[in-house]
Design a protein around this ligand. Structure first.
Ligand code: ADP
Ligand code: MG
Length: 598
């Protein structure tokens, strides 16, 4: 796949942003030159006109906080002054808009992807919170376009999370909750599967509730409980010291998600003095408990708005980096009364979902239709152009079935196996999936024995094996597309057609079968009469001839009267009963004579 055909999946987060792509059928997240798969959503505008994005921008923040833009997602698509959040910078002073800042982050992500995929990429799917209104979605789209990306889809974050968890295979009307606690915001959404896509039934949250708050609360606590804190308030610290302390608090917080103890060591933090504290998890949880509790009321609100009880949910997904905190997991479990699903990496789930959506749009990720039944019958063409079903429609797969076939004509040296799919009685009305010639040694009619076996695997791939049982010579034909190329509409049309044509189809099948039988019967009767001649009672011979003539005339007729031909065949069969006995006796006599027994 050329890089130009890729569609990027982007999680443009408040705190962190990620980018990925489906490569060789696998959704992957892409790392930057430093090996990091997550880019801080920060842009620093230097006084000298330089610009830094990501980790480099955060390094500048300590030096010049007013020129480092973070959490711009809280501002995008809002009118100036709208919303409660007051940023520690002034975009007007910097001369940029939220859309432009977001575009810088997206440009950076695009460059990360182009470097990794070694070529230009110009299309993307970008996620936004479920609560984003039209203005916010459009602003995000404009940011993408400003970054040189054609935005193929704006995807709701909880939907992306559900995709990452593979829940797009969920049955109709199943409901899930997505609990997303990131760096700056908390979102909870209740989704329902309807007509194969997730509908957001309700969403609630808090744009002022995130992991950042804990970092600040913890930093203040650490400062105030240290000897240094006795002299100066946390807020009075110079920006640089405060930024270092908050960063150290965040590190300690993360460590306490897995460990029960962490420590903070900051040499020469303030006025040449160092800070060192030991931090047990219990302290963090004490500080964070009221903060985490604030999530509870939002969850209840979303459940109430959606008219869903916790017990109605099939899954509760935890996403966002802050859901790594054991305290947060306990609270989520308590609210929803069930063990949340945390099998996916919470910082990457949304990006992964965006990548999956992008892969579906580009065709790089085939929507794997896991068929549990065959949508249409599979079979082969038999004598007279009829469909001989080997695996009927709606058979559960994987499965196997087979049948034995023989040669219809003497001295035939091969048999053409035409593999067909469809519900019609005549081969020509069904779809041909493939054909294969099975050779066998020539012999009298009916002497060949060709076994045909159909094996269909869980992916809907059909393998046809044809074996000449006399020589054990196998011919194998693999058909890839029994399921995938047949879409629902085509299947429905085929079934509708088979119903519509049921009568004529059935008549045609009976006719063909009767015709084959008549063609076999007539020469045999002719030969028997010639052989036995005088031994047959003249009236009986006349009756047989009359029956044979009727069969012959029906066979000639244009009308294809299947029922009449079938009855005529039966009458002829009946009339030749004693002829057959005579014939048998004669054959027996001849055999005995040959062996000198009579
Ligand atoms: P956003 O959606 O806001 O961009 P993320 O989902 O990336 O945010 O979450 C970022 C937040 O997750 C930060 O506050 C970070 O400190 C927090 N976080 C990341 N890893 C951990 C961890 N191991 N334990 C606790 N919090 C974490
Ligand atoms: Mg997020």
């Amino acid at each position: 796949m050329a890089s130009g055909e890729f569609i990027l999946g982007i999680d443009l987060g408040t705190t962190n942003s990620l980018v990925g792509v489906v490569d060789s059928g696998f959704p992957i997240l892409l790392a930057d030159a430093e090996g990091s798969r997550s880019t801080p959503s920060a842009v620093a505008y230097g006084r000298d006109g330089t610009m830094a994005v990501g980790a480099a921008a955060l390094r500048q923040r300590a030096l010049d906080p007013a020129r480092t833009v973070t959490s711009v997602k809280r501002l995008i698509g809002r009118r100036p002054g709208e919303g409660e959040w007051q940023p520690p910078y002034d975009l007007r002073a910097l001369g940029v808009t939220p859309v432009e800042v977001s575009a810088e982050i997206l440009k950076h992500l695009r460059a990360v992807a182009e470097r990794a995929m070694e070529g230009p990429i110009s299309r993307a799917v970008i996620t936004v919170p479920a609560f984003f209104n039209d203005a916010q979605r459009n602003a995000t789209k404009r940011a993408g376009e400003l970054a040189g990306l054609s935005v193929e889809r704006i995807l709701a974050e909880p939907t992306a999370a559900a995709l990452a968890y593979g829940l797009d295979k969920l049955e109709e009307h199943r409901k899930i909750a997505v609990f997303d606690l990131g760096g700056g915001t908390f979102d909870v959404s209740i989704l329902e599967m309807r007509d194969g896509v997730f509908q957001v039934l309700a969403t609630a949250g808090d744009t002022q509730l995130g992991g950042d708050d804990i970092d600040r609360l913890l930093a203040r606590h650490v400062w105030e409980s240290s000897p240094l804190g006795k002299e100066t308030w946390f807020e009075q610290l110079p920006a640089e010291a405060r930024v270092r302390l908050v960063a150290a608090a965040e590190e300690a917080k993360k460590k306490l998600s897995t460990d029960t103890h962490a420590s903070i060591e900051l040499p020469f933090l303030w006025q040449g003095q160092s800070l060192g504290v030991d931090l047990p998890r219990g302290v963090l949880e004490q500080i964070a408990a009221p903060w985490a509790e604030r999530a509870r009321q939002h969850c209840w609100r979303a459940l109430t708005d959606a008219r869903v009880k916790p017990g109605d949910l099939d899954e509760v997904l935890l996403v966002g980096g802050s859901t790594r905190m054991p305290l947060v997991r306990r609270i989520a479990q308590d609210i929803f009364g069930r063990e949340p699903n945390v099998s996916q990496n919470p910082d990457e789930a949304i990006a992964r979902g965006a990548v999956i959506q992008a892969g579906m749009l580009s065709g790089a990720l085939r929507q794997v239709v896991l068929l549990d039944v065959t949508p249409l019958s599979l079979g082969i063409e038999t004598f007279g152009g009829l469909m001989n079903v080997i695996i009927p429609r709606n058979t559960t797969i994987p499965g196997k079935a087979g049948e034995m076939f023989t040669n219809a004509v003497a001295n035939q040296d091969s048999m053409l196996v035409r593999v067909l799919q469809g519900e019609r009685e005549l081969a020509k009305d069904n779809w041909e999936l493939g054909r294969v010639d099975v050779p066998f040694p020539p012999g009298p009619k009916g002497s060949a024995r060709v076994g045909v076996q159909f094996a269909i695997d869980a992916n809907g791939i059909l393998q046809v094996l044809a074996r000449d049982t006399a020589t054990n010579h196998d011919v194998v034909l693999e058909i890839q597309n029994t399921a995938i190329d047949v879409d629902d509409a085509k299947v429905e049309a085929m079934i509708a057609e088979s119903v519509e044509h049921a009568f004529e189809d059935m008549n045609e099948r009976i006719w063909t079968e009767a015709k084959l039988k008549a063609e076999e019967l007539l020469p045999a009767v002719e030969e028997a009469l010639a052989q036995l001649g005088a031994e047959v009672d003249p009236t009986e011979a006349a009756r047989i001839r009359a029956c044979a003539a009727r069969v012959a005339s029906l066979l000639q007729s244009e009308r294809h009267d299947a029922r009449a031909l079938k009855e005529a065949n039966a009458a002829l069969d009946d009339a030749t009963q004693s002829l057959a006995v005579l014939l048998m006796d004669k054959a027996m006599e001849e055999a005995l004579t040959r062996k000198g027994l009579v």
